[in-house]
Design a protein around this ligand. Structure first.
Ligand code: PMP
Ligand code: GLU
Length: 405
């Protein structure tokens, strides 16, 4: 019987060394508390609170009726890959052909595929902090080593070319980042990306994984991709998907755009693991891309309004320091002034994980501790929630934080 043995001794080192996803864990805890009848406001998981656009849903229904119900080609249907190529040209002015596109079961799988296809044990992966929770854990799974570059609120969570240069060693194999960023909302400008690209020009063995899943939720400018710099383009792997732009988180549809060779390697890996992603989701994805960005732009308007709302409310909480994020739908406020304080039962808040649990259990607001994003001084709030929920959540957070002594 498994239960009679120490489960850790049974499981692989690979899984024993892996942390649970903090975003998903906090969301699960929030759901569990809500199931007990507590009115919990969830600002933990990052997903649009909108429904998938009608025309996309209709396309999925039609796909079923048209019997798109069998295995698809491993890298995706050719016409979906062509729609992605067209999107990259029209929206980003980037040239790819369909042999460079591999469709996957979400951007998350694409990230994992890329890391597994490039990283040998001991290879270094350079990751600016704060980073999205799963980056470093995916590197651990591939037996690579994460090398972090710290960026804080003072630099608007951006790294400099000098910091990048200093992090590079002969073992550096991959640099991975997201812009707009999860969890900070930071957006790199074209000039800032050009300065990073100049550093990569000097280091031809380093690949660049550019996670652009939030490209359409950008409040400052048009989206800029680091793949636009021809001198490094063949080493850039763009990861993108449909989850955020089309409120399609549950459909599981993402992709990479990369050199032919890297795309072929991802295709091979996927062929031995998951095969082509859901046929129905893929047919719907074609329609999402072909019918343009009207629905995304509507969502963006709501996010812009809520960003201002949350910014004003956060600034009003003593001890909380925040910047105004330029993209995505997160705030990543500095909360270290609460560390060392005690709750009503005398428990000390030792770090951001404790603070997130305190806010959940006492304030009934689910957030995520910054420790899981590589910086313990912060917590992450998703503002993909209704205006009323946000006002109430921020009221509760302020009240709960005010009770710490
Ligand atoms: N990258 C970032 C930065 C994310 O926040 C997420 C979460 N949605 C993903 C990738 C994964 O997206 P998907 O739902 O397409 O797997
Ligand atoms: N990307 C979202 C987040 O950061 C979804 C949850 C996840 O996949 O981790 O909350």
């Amino acid at each position: 019987m498994l239960l009679h043995r120490n489960i850790m001794s049974i499981l692989s080192d690979r899984i024993n060394n892996l942390s649970e996803s903090a975003t998903l864990k906090m969301t699960k805890l929030g759901r569990e508390l809500a199931a007990k009848g507590v009115n919990v406001i969830s600002l933990s998981v990052g997903e649009p609170d909108f429904n998938t656009p009608e025309h996309v849903k209709e396309a999925a229904k039609k796909a079923l009726d048209d019997n798109f119900t069998r295995y698809s080609p491993v890298p995706g249907y050719p016409d979906l890959r062509q729609a992605i190529v067209n999107k990259l040209k029209q929206e980003n002015n980037l040239d790819y052909d369909i042999s460079q596109i591999v469709v996957s079961t979400g951007a998350k799988q694409s990230l994992s595929n890329v890391i597994l296809t490039l990283i040998n044990p001991g290879d270094e992966v350079i990751i600016p902090t704060p980073y999205w929770v799963s980056y470093s854990e995916m590197v651990t799974l591939a037996e690579g080593k994460s090398v972090f570059i710290d960026a804080s609120i003072e630099s608007d969570f951006k790294i400099t070319p000098e910091q990048l240069e200093a992090a590079i060693t002969p073992k550096s194999k991959l640099f991975m980042f997201s812009s707009p960023n999860n969890p900070t909302g930071t957006v790199y400008s074209k000039d800032e990306l050009a300065a990073l690209a100049k550093v990569f020009e000097k280091h031809p063995n380093i690949f660049i994984l550019s996670d652009e899943i939030y490209e359409h939720i950008n409040f400052v400018d048009q989206h800029e991709s680091i793949a636009q710099f021809e001198s490094i383009k063949d080493r850039v792997i763009i990861v993108n998907g449909f989850s955020k732009a089309f409120a399609m988180t549950g459909w599981r549809l993402g992709y990479i755009a990369a050199s032919k060779e890297i795309a072929a390697a991802n295709d091979k890996l996927q062929g031995q693991t998951t095969s082509g992603t859901c046929s129905i989701a893929q047919r719907a994805g074609i329609v999402a891309y072909e019918q343009g960005l009207d629905t995304v732009n509507e969502m963006k308007k709501a996010f812009a309004r809520r960003r201002q709302l949350v910014y004003d409310l956060l600034k009003d909480i003593p001890g909380v320091k925040t910047n105004l994020p330029e993209g995505a739908f997160y705030f990543f406020p500095e909360v270290s002034s609460f560390f060392g304080k005690k709750d009503a039962d005398g428990n000390v808040i030792k770090g951001s994980g404790d603070l997130a649990l305190y806010l959940l259990n006492v304030g009934h607001v689910a957030t995520v501790g910054g420790d899981s994003f590589g910086n313990d001084n912060y917590i992450r709030l998703s503002y993909a929630a209704s205006d009323e929920s946000l006002v109430e959540a921020l009221r509760r957070i302020k009240e709960a934080l005010g009770k710490l002594s």
